[in-house]
Design a protein around this ligand. Structure first.
Ligand SMILES: CC(=O)SCCNC(=O)CCNC(=O)[C@H](O)C(C)(C)COP(=O)(O)OP(=O)(O)OC[C@H]1O[C@@H](n2cnc3c(N)ncnc32)[C@H](O)[C@@H]1OP(=O)(O)O
Ligand SMILES: CC(C)C(=O)C(=O)O
Length: 508
């Protein structure tokens, strides 16, 4: 392998990623994601659809190609097409795209049983499509679908296919592990056979994650000399998905000193957009982009960070536009708490630190989540002095729930010593409550009211109707994101408690 190989990244979130069960992007979402991939993340190429699928897909490809043409990026937009005479080529051409990724059969069994063709017939059909695509000014990459099985069961077929195609102006040959069956040793073995026989061809590799080996296999492919990799955002893709771009990028850079065009600092933001459009939540422990992966939980780790960054590796959160956090709970020590106090600009003496630490551990033991925003309340509660929470006090409220009528809320609240009262209807009790509050803040006080960006309710298992409900609300206020938590046997009451905490935080 070269010392610093240049690796081309082809992202297929909008084609294979959309083959994730339950995921479907509408055209404007596809356009937005394509823009983020090409302009922000700077991937080399994007595959945005399969030909022939639907009118909506045709419109999406057209929108993306119009946009890309205006920015001289059209050669970087690609569409998968089939060995179907003129049909896919015309579809792709008419949608304004200039690259076809032609799906051919990379294993004898696919050719025999699915297409019901001989190798020679298949080669003839492919060459006819390639030649027609060239006539219509399309660049052609060829995909050898099921290549991994082909190399296992029918290598003579694979070589026959490539021998029959290597002289007809195909730009890249993509060798997929369609069913995710390979391990890294096999990738190296098969890829080296290909490289040895065809030293001048450009090979891409496309992994699937059925055995959780997609990223390892991608790296084995790089070791074997492939020039391009297929990835998706958040590892979306058919069945168990593809290799996630964020992990691939981090490993290419840190383990192989490989060169890509990717702007790592945008990976997290783009992952969040794809999470939202796809509806597929990113697991909290997913490397690079998971919510918790830059959070130190154990007290000893937090302490080590203060001592020559003993618990940091090369994956510094700042690289990816993120920050290190320190969790609060039963495994917290003084160091976690001090780190959180520092970010809040607070300081405590040794005795107070001990009391606050004890309280946090006690809360953690009861399975309660403690957020950084809870700290000022815990401190004022433990140290028995009035803290920030006294600036806003909910004096009384009344919410209704009646069959056939919209829920109503009436509340009386003290804000910086003055009392306000309001009522509103809403789509639920909590919605009515928040609408009444908004009337006070935005109407009477002419102030901004934070935007609720996430609302998560946890009900402990066990089926008890009087069990405590934990509501964690994420707010956005003046470009700052923070969470508050409410705990109560009643879900609306828990949300109201979290909301009053939020109001005290914005008063600080
Ligand atoms: C490994 C992968 O991810 S491959 C992903 C390929 N992309 C897609 O499948 C996109 C989504 N697919 C679709 O929208 C539809 O399947 C379409 C529009 C492509 C075809 O739809 P239909 O005409 O209804 O066919 P259907 O889906 O039942 O079957 C696929 C047909 O394609 C044929 N086919 C399979 N691979 C290829 C190929 N590489 N080239 C040409 N035809 C092929 C099959 O032999 C079958 O033909 P048959 O009906 O004559 O037996
Ligand atoms: C379209 C094809 C090449 C694919 O996604 C695969 O083989 O996994």
């Amino acid at each position: 392998m070269e010392n610093h190989p240049r690796i081309e990244i082809m992202d297929t979130t909008l084609r294979d990623g959309e083959q994730t069960n339950g995921v479907s992007f509408v055209p404007h979402e596809k356009l937005m994601i394509a823009r983020l991939l090409l302009e922000d993340l700077k991937v080399d190429r994007v595959e945005v659809a399969s030909a022939r699928v639907s009118e909506g897909e045709f419109n999406a490809v057209r929108m993306i190609c119009d946009w890309a043409a205006r920015r001289n990026m059209l050669p970087r937009v690609e569409v998968l097409g089939f060995v179907d005479g003129h049909v896919s080529v015309d579809w792709i051409h008419d949608a304004g795209c200039r690259v076809i990724n032609l799906l051919t059969k990379g294993s004898e069994k696919h050719c025999t049983y699915q297409l019901k063709k001989t190798l020679d017939e298949h080669i003839e059909d492919i060459r006819a499509v390639v030649s027609y695509a060239h006539e219509r000014d399309l660049d052609v990459n060829v995909y050898l679908e099921d290549w991994s099985n082909g190399m296992k069961d029918s290598p003579a077929y694979v070589f026959g296919l490539v021998d029959g195609l290597k002289d007809c102006g195909i730009r890249r040959f993509m060798l997929p592990d369609t069913l995710g069956i390979l391990n890294p040793l096999q990738v190296i073995e098969y890829m080296r056979k290909m490289k040895k026989r065809y030293p001048d061809l450009h090979f891409d590799f496309h992994a699937h994650n059925d055995y959780d080996l997609a990223v390892s296999n991608v790296l084995a492919a790089v070791l074997s000399g492939v020039k391009g990799l297929h990835t998706t955002i958040n590892g979306l893709g058919e069945r168990a998905g593809n290799a996630p771009l964020a992990s691939v990028q981090a490993i290419l850079k840190d383990h192989f000193h490989a060169v890509t065009n990717i702007d790592e600092s945008r990976l997290n933001d783009v992952s969040r957009v794809v999470e939202s459009y796809s509806g597929m939540s990113i697991p909290a422990n997913k490397p690079i982009v998971g919510e918790s992966v830059f959070t130190q939980v154990a007290g000893v780790h937090a302490d080590g960070d203060n001592k020559n960054n003993l618990y940091c590796n090369d994956l510094l959160p700042e690289r990816f536009g993120r920050v290190r956090e320190y969790a609060l709970g039963k495994t917290s020590g003084k160091a976690n708490i001090r780190k959180n106090l520092e970010s809040l600009g607070l300081e405590l003496d040794e005795d107070s630190m001990r009391k606050v630490t004890e309280r946090i551990i006690e809360l953690g033991d009861r399975k309660e989540l403690v957020t950084q925003e809870d700290l000022p309340y815990i401190i004022s509660d433990v140290l028995k002095h009035d803290g920030a929470q006294n600036k806003v006090k909910l004096l009384s409220y009344f919410v209704t729930l009646a069959q056939g009528l919209k829920p109503m809320a009436t509340l009386s609240i003290e804000i910086n010593g003055k009392v306000y009262q309001e009522s509103s209807s809403g789509d639920g009790q909590y919605d009515a409550f928040v609408r009444a509050l908004r009337k006070i803040y935005k109407g009477t006080l002419q102030r901004k009211f934070p935007m609720l960006t996430n609302y998560a309710v946890t009900i402990p298992p066990g089926g008890r109707t009087d069990a405590f409900v934990q509501t964690v609300i994420t707010w956005n206020y003046e470009d700052r994101e923070f969470r508050t938590r409410g705990l109560d046997a009643d879900q609306t009451e828990a949300a109201i408690k979290a909301t009053i905490k939020m109001l005290n935080i914005i008063e600080e």
